[in-house]
Write a protein that binds this ligand. Structure first.
Ligand SMILES: [Zn+2]
Length: 307
């Protein structure tokens, strides 16, 4: 399957009679995707950044699925994948063990600090909901109609990213392991780990991958995302060895066709992450306040380095 169109809309996409992706155009900060899997017991994959956004998603799901939602899989602890999980408080909530510990470590959010992610958003009432079920490497859910395999491939976009595989249907909900036409970003995590994780994601050989941000794609989309990270890794290694700073290297790196992906300025965060990685720091080592970093990147982007 070739790469999908760069034009996609917000809304439900039917993958088969029982499986839907909910996409949000254009996949920029806070505009993540989610999923709904029908059965006697419905499974939802991720909630969205705010309560109104999640309510819209769940109302669309209700137009095609009427059974009760019994399972909620959270692909990682970032705001745009779990901040409204309490809207599905009747469901059992699953996540990686590190997602749960990161929610506890970060503590309940101050809604105001998240406004930078989505300036028009209504953050009233957002919060973390601690998962009921956690796992380390793999968890299989054997539901009446199908089994779901939840895979953890190591530190990547964060230290808690999981992919949700529907093996019998050739579908994978990749969470933020996969970005397409929206630049991958690691404010925490590991760039080298992420490259390895995307190789494992590609090896699942699904027909359809639902990214955390971007349109539905095949294996080629996974490879495109992997190749961006490989490019950044190699440019970063050269800059680091030459004694440049992460920011100098970021603005000097020719990202080629990835200039057309949204938010190319995320290379700044990625290089900062890489510098910590090259120095041997842990994947959750501090990069300062993420909202401050995002604001700085937005300012630097205006200078047109990657135009
Ligand atoms: Zn994320």
């Amino acid at each position: 399957m070739p790469l999908p169109s760069r034009e996609w809309n917000t809304g439900l996409v039917k993958l088969n009679d029982d499986v839907y992706a909910y996409l949000q155009a254009k996949g920029s900060w806070g505009l993540s995707n989610a999923g709904a899997i029908n059965g006697k017991e419905v499974t939802i994959v991720d909630t969205l950044l705010t309560i109104p956004m999640t309510a819209t998603f769940l109302a669309e799901v209700r137009t095609v699925i009427s059974n009760p939602v019994k399972h909620l899989i959270i692909t990682h602890h970032h705001s745009d994948h779990c901040f409204a999980a309490h809207l599905l408080s009747g469901a059992v909530n699953y996540a990686h063990v590190n997602a749960r510990s990161e929610m506890i470590r970060k503590g309940q959010p101050d809604p105001a600090t998240h406004q930078v992610l989505h300036p028009e958003g209504d953050f009233t009432g957002v919060r973390f909901t601690l998962p009921h079920v956690t796992f380390s490497d793999r968890l299989d859910l054997h539901l009446e109609e199908r089994s779901l395999s939840l895979h953890y491939f190591g530190a990547a976009h964060t230290i808690a990213d999981i992919a949700v595989q529907l093996p019998s249907e050739g579908i994978v909900f990749a969470g933020d392991l996969l970005f397409l036409y929206s630049t991958p970003v690691a404010i925490e995590g590991s760039i080298s780990g992420w490259i390895a994780a995307l190789d494992k994601l590609a090896a699942l050989d699904a027909e359809s991958y639902v990214p955390g941000h971007g349109p539905i794609c095949g294996r080629d989309g996974v490879i495109a995302s992997r190749d961006y990270l490989q490019l950044i890794y190699e440019a970063g290694k050269q800059g680091f060895n030459a004694g440049w700073t992460a920011r100098e290297t970021a603005v000097r790196t020719d990202i080629g066709a990835y200039k057309r992906w949204a938010n190319p300025e995320r290379i700044i965060a990625n290089m900062e992450r890489l510098w910590r990685e090259f120095r041997g720091e842990e994947p959750i080592s501090n990069m300062g306040n993420p909202q401050t970093l995002i604001s700085e990147m937005n300012e630097i982007a205006k200078q047109g380095y990657w135009a």
